[in-house]
Design a protein around this ligand. Structure first.
Ligand SMILES: [Zn+2]
Ligand SMILES: [Zn+2]
Length: 410
């Protein structure tokens, strides 16, 4: 989960149809201008410096010629798209991308599950690479620094949420790494690409102890589960249910275990039982229709639901202790409501909650926590040409557990 709720709301009318909203109108106009140039024309745009897509000038100011894998329709194969990353602003850094994780959100976005989007669109918000250019007043990162970018590349900085470090809940709508209106008027294009230019305040330092390929999935999936685990006080002695064990869920098991909790995994895939135990789960429950969970009644202090589609929540609420919270971080189609029995929450004063990624400092804290505790995602590296196949495997629940694009590999 990663899109700002405002993005979702803006694109739907109450009937669930795309609304004739100014933001969407804007998206059409700017993205058309973007796409209207055409990949072939963009090929002939000369960069301001002598940089090339594969060998940028380290201290050049850009713009940076780049290429990525873009979706041109909700269903079609991804195709190469040439683009230019903006010239460095004073606080920007240019990053040569080496890896980008594949998040279920990428697929939801391109398929239009979270609202209508404009094509072509490059997705990807689990970026990792090296700094190759630094703006005139940027001071946080040097050339060659190992860095990452998650789901946001900017926010208003002034609202109460931003001031409190919750840029992910910016009241004025943050700028998402892809599919958002950027400050230069274009629609942001994500990390399935060779370069990106980002304000340094939204760039995460990757510790030397962490492999860059491992960093990407932590920047969305990792912080998406870390934030609620911390928010709801997961700690030694707490019994925690992790519902669903895919990209988010497998990291939730590792993180909750590292935080000292006793973890039980609920999965629909019996072949994940051994993995769940390897990741630290004390107990694994196969979520099958009709299974008897009576011995787990009111057993859990907290439940984190990572399932990225509508499913039956009524089976899980009675597993919570009094006052415990059931938190969702996975989101399916926005038009799908996920109803819950009227009595379930009342009986033991339970709460149903949601959580959307994490703030920038929180993301840095999570990365540092993972480096310190040697927590890494289970990844399968793929080439740029292997993304379509990887998406099919994600949808077929065959990812074990995160695909990571090796940007330099074709
Ligand atoms: Zn994501
Ligand atoms: Zn804000």
């Amino acid at each position: 989960m990663s899109r700002h709720p405002r993005d979702v709301e803006d694109e739907r009318s109450p009937s669930g149809q795309p609304a004739g909203h100014s933001r969407r109108d804007f998206m059409v106009s700017t993205a058309t201008a973007f796409a209207g140039v055409g990949a072939a024309s963009l090929l002939h745009l000369e960069p301001a410096s002598a940089a090339t897509a594969t060998n940028p000038v380290a201290r050049g100011s850009g713009p940076y010629p780049a290429e990525g894998m873009a979706a041109y329709s909700p269903s079609g194969p991804l195709k190469v798209m040439k683009l230019q990353r903006r010239a460095l602003g004073p606080k920007d850094v240019a990053i040569k991308l080496l890896y980008c994780g594949v998040c279920h959100s990428d697929i939801h976005t391109i398929r239009g599950d979270w609202g209508k989007i404009q094509y072509p669109q490059i997705v990807g918000h689990e970026l990792a690479g090296e700094v190759v250019g630094v703006g005139s007043s940027a001071s946080k990162f040097a050339i060659g620094a190992r860095v990452g970018v998650g789901t946001m590349v900017n926010s208003c900085r002034t609202c109460a949420e931003c001031q409190a470090g919750h840029e992910n809940y910016c009241l004025n709508g943050n700028t998402q790494t892809y599919g958002s209106k950027d400050r230069d008027g274009t629609i942001t294009q994500g990390g399935y690409s060779t370069f990106v230019v980002v304000d340094e305040d939204f760039v995460i330092n990757i510790p030397a102890a962490m492999d860059l390929a491992d960093a990407g999935p932590l920047l969305c999936a990792g912080v998406t589960v870390y934030s609620p685990l911390r928010r709801w006080g997961v700690s030694p002695g707490k019994r925690v249910a992790i519902v669903g064990m895919g990209g988010l869920g497998h990291l939730a098991v590792k993180l909750a275990t590292a935080l000292g909790a006793e973890v039980t995994v609920f999965t629909t895939s019996p072949d994940k039982i051994q993995d769940a135990r390897r990741f630290g789960a004390r107990e694994v429950v196969v979520n099958a229709d009709g299974a008897d969970w009576s011995k787990l009644g009111h057993a859990f202090d907290f439940a984190l639901d990572t399932v990225p589609y509508k499913h039956d929540l009524n089976r899980f609420i009675p597993l919570l202790k009094r006052d415990a919270t059931y938190c969702r971080v996975g989101v399916g189609k926005v038009v799908d409501s996920n109803e819950i029995g009227q009595m379930n929450l009342v009986l033991y004063r339970n709460a149903l909650a949601g959580s959307n990624t994490g703030g920038i400092q929180e993301t840095q804290d999570m990365i540092d926590f993972c480096a310190l505790n040697k927590i890494r995602p289970e990844i399968t590296k793929i080439s740029m040409n292997g993304i379509d196949d990887a998406w099919k495997k994600v949808l077929a629940k065959q990812a074990r557990y995160r695909f990571v694009i090796d940007i330099g590999s074709r």
